[in-house]
Design a protein around this ligand. Structure first.
Ligand SMILES: *[C@@H]1O[C@H](CO)[C@@H](O)[C@H](O)[C@H]1NC(C)=O
Ligand SMILES: *[C@@H]1O[C@H](CO)[C@@H](O)[C@H](O)[C@H]1NC(C)=O
Ligand SMILES: *[C@@H]1O[C@H](CO)[C@@H](O)[C@H](O)[C@H]1NC(C)=O
Length: 318
């Protein structure tokens, strides 16, 4: 989301919830020290090249940390065996926004490795959540469909309310939202869009793999009037995707960009970070070695001030 990359993109507990919340039959194991992995992005922008080969905008790190998780940056240059080893230590994965080839890049290769591991783990009862934001959501659809079905659904620098589907009201992602807040989501422009590509509702409906795998929770209309899928969750896997950017509501401030910062916008960002990190608490993966854990986490990296040459205030480079 640098000036160039940007355009290319890609607990509140309400006491009187009237919607029924399913009660789990079995007390799930809880891991109160989760680590969420964030896949780094390849630096493509010339102004960023002096700082490193890959990066993670600081906003995504703060977002995950705000939910009560630690962050592990994951480089794109490791071997499959190394990713398999990392997978056993982390409790969830965030695919962030950016602009890369979703089929042929290193980013796509590494994402596919983790995606396959996550599907196999969940199939075996080993809970492992994945969240995709913007290009990260697009990536999830490419991984599931086995092909890139994205089309021009430009919605650049615009905040919109969500057109929620009926399924949103029985979703896991919005389970903790009050009836009032669900209504607010459909009325106030709380979701910042910064993308040129997306999945049209039509394409989604015509693709059996996507239909079988995901439930659409919301749609929106692009500048070219195409209706695109803006929020999804997998039916039987803890995989979630948003075409919009929940992290910007609290952690990005560039004036020319339409980042929603209202009380409700901040609340939405908080609720979703809390939700996803709580999914991570259901994963019991862990580091065996405390030193290895410490050196793997984001804390040993210092973000760079990037407010004078990108749309981000802070970026971690690797
Ligand atoms: C919202 O989505 C429904 C279908 O789920 C569609 O019929 C309706 O036209 C959409 N409304 C807007 C404002 O896009
Ligand atoms: C997408 O559509 C918009 C609006 O119709 C247009 O301005 C833009 O050039 C298109 N972009 C691409 C990448 O085709
Ligand atoms: C941005 O600001 C930093 C520190 O204030 C400075 O060192 C750097 O040269 C600036 N970069 C650009 C591209 O202006």
């Amino acid at each position: 989301m640098s000036n160039v990359g940007f355009s290319a993109l890609a607990c509140l507990f309400f006491v009187c919830c009237s919607r029924a919340v399913p009660t789990p039959l079995i007390q799930e194991a809880v891991n109160d020290r989760p680590v969420i992995g964030i896949l780094t992005q390849l630096v493509t922008d010339d102004v960023m090249k002096p700082f490193g080969r890959t990066y993670i905008p600081g906003a995504y790190v703060k977002y995950i940390e705000s939910g009560g998780s630690r962050v592990m940056p994951i480089r794109l240059t490791l071997s499959t065996a190394e990713y398999e080893s990392i997978f056993k230590k982390i409790n969830g994965l965030l695919f962030i926004g950016g602009a890369v080839d979703l089929e042929k890049s290193d980013y796509a290769r590494v994402a596919r490795i983790f995606y396959k591991l996550a599907v196999a783990a969940n199939n075996a009862g080993d809970f492992f959540p994945i969240w995709g934001t913007c290009m990260g959501m697009q990536l999830l659809t490419v991984l599931v469909a086995g092909e890139n079905l994205l089309a021009n659904t430009t919605a650049e620098n615009i905040a919109m309310p969500l057109n929620l589907t009926a399924d949103a009201y029985s979703s896991r992602m919005f389970q903790g939202f009050s009836d009032d807040f669900m209504k607010i989501l459909t009325q106030e422009p709380l979701t910042g869009n910064f993308h040129h590509y997306g999945l049209t509702v039509e394409t989604f409906q015509e693709n059996e793999k996507l239909q079988d795998f995901f439930t659409v929770l919301s749609t929106n209309v692009a500048e070219n009037r195409a209706r695109f899928v803006s929020t999804i969750e997998a039916k039987i896997y803890p995989f979630y995707g948003v075409q919009w950017h929940p992290e910007v509501n609290r952690f990005q401030w560039r004036r020319k960009l339409n980042f929603p910062h209202s009380f409700h916008a901040v609340q939405l960002s908080t609720l979703l970070a809390d939700f996803f990190v709580n999914e991570g608490r259901k994963s019991l993966h862990h580091f065996d070695d405390a030193e290895e854990e410490a050196s793997s986490l984001i804390y040993s990296y210092t973000p760079v001030y990037a407010g004078n040459f990108t749309a981000y205030e802070q970026i971690y480079f690797f």
